[in-house]
Write a protein that binds this ligand. Structure first.
Ligand SMILES: NC(=O)c1ccc[n+]([C@@H]2O[C@H](COP(=O)([O-])OP(=O)(O)OC[C@H]3O[C@@H](n4cnc5c(N)ncnc54)[C@H](OP(=O)(O)O)[C@@H]3O)[C@@H](O)[C@H]2O)c1
Length: 300
């Protein structure tokens, strides 16, 4: 059994990692949480990754064989006005955890984003394509990627995108959308940003497999799809049997957001699927899994 520490274990992805790792019987799992969450899947460790000494101490004391860091400052527009915080949480705190892992010979996995690309490529981005971040958030993730992959250590960077799925308390794009549609509220969704939306359960499964296989380097871990957010919203409405006429398209430029978003954030996941043996689901399949989970009452 491999010992695993999940940083940010109450988050959307972190929660799925903790649950799936425990259920697999292949991992003994510790996790950290940050702000005073009202629910817990068992006892965790309170940690602010920006407290570098406490983070190092925790790794030293627990001596996990692998650490998956899901914590981030990822409010993309807020990063534009607080670049120092983006640097601290997304770069410095991550490098600190990686160094702590290196000292005890643990694997370190860092979560990055499709936003490291400028979105100007036609077709899906491959891991070896050159990043060109266009926002503070993306720049911080890209900097962390470069530093982590340049270290002489067992680091792994996994880029993901538009994570969705059930969560005990946190809303994400799909759970928010379902709430609005069920309340019969009209919504406007961008139709010029393309991604491969990622079911949290599916990403967790792939990440745990990468840990098991002791992989290092750069991996794309997204849904195997490439569709606009508007198309994704329509699909969600259809899968859940809701009124898709409530959804209308809007252009990114009309939203006047502080941070730039890549219009194409679609990532090629073929190597990830091939080497892990886990299928990365397309949007329809992922949404159908979510619908089934709801029918079975498994929304926590
Ligand atoms: N969600 C997406 O669509 C998406 C897309 C691309 C990449 N990613 C990346 O994937 C990773 C996981 O995303 P997610 O959607 O699962 O995020 P999430 O739900 O917000 O989970 C992140 C967790 O990290 C914790 N955290 C935040 N700041 C922290 C700090 N200073 N110290 C310790 N813990 C802290 C948060 O706790 P509190 O809430 O208590 O602060 C939260 O539980 C992130 O690295 C993100 O950048 C996400």
């Amino acid at each position: 059994m491999k010992s695993l520490l999940v940083i940010g274990g109450l988050g959307l992805l972190g929660n799925r990692l903790v649950q799936k790792a425990r259920a697999s019987g292949k991992f003994s799992v510790d996790y950290t949480y940050h702000t005073g969450a009202s629910w817990h899947p068992g006892p965790g460790h309170l940690l602010d990754v920006a407290d570098l000494e406490s983070a190092s101490r925790l790794v030293r004391e627990l001596k996990p064989e692998a650490v998956i860091n899901t914590a981030a400052f990822h409010v993309v527009d807020a990063c534009e006005t607080d670049p120092a915080k983006a640097r601290l949480i997304n770069v410095d705190a991550s490098l600190n955890l990686a160094t702590s892992c290196e000292k005890i010979g643990a694997q370190y996995l860092f979560m990055s984003t499709d936003y490291v690309f400028d979105g100007k490529k036609r077709g899906k981005y491959k891991p070896e394509d050159e990043p060109n971040p266009e926002s503070v958030y993306a720049e911080s993730k890209s900097t962390a990627e470069g530093e982590l992959l340049g270290m002489d250590a067992d680091n792994l960077v996994a880029r993901t995108s538009v994570i969705y799925g059930w969560h005990p308390v946190k809303k994400n794009f799909v759970t928010w959308l379902l709430g609005e549609l069920r309340a019969r509220k009209p919504v406007k969704i961008v139709d010029d940003q393309y991604n491969g939306p990622t079911l949290a359960d599916n990403a967790a499964e792939v990440l745990l497999r990468l840990v098991e296989l002791e992989k290092t380097g750069l991996w794309h871990v997204t849904g195997n799809d490439c569709l606009s957010r508007f198309e994704f919203a329509l699909k969600a409405a259809q899968v859940f049997g809701l009124d898709d006429t409530l959804i209308s398209p809007v252009k990114t430029a009309d939203l006047r957001q502080a941070a730039a978003r890549p219009m194409n954030g679609c990532l090629d996941v073929s190597r990830t699927e091939h080497e892990t043996g886990v299928k990365l689901l397309n949007s329809e399949h992922g949404l159908m899994v979510m619908k089934k989970q709801e029918e079975e009452g498994k929304t926590n």
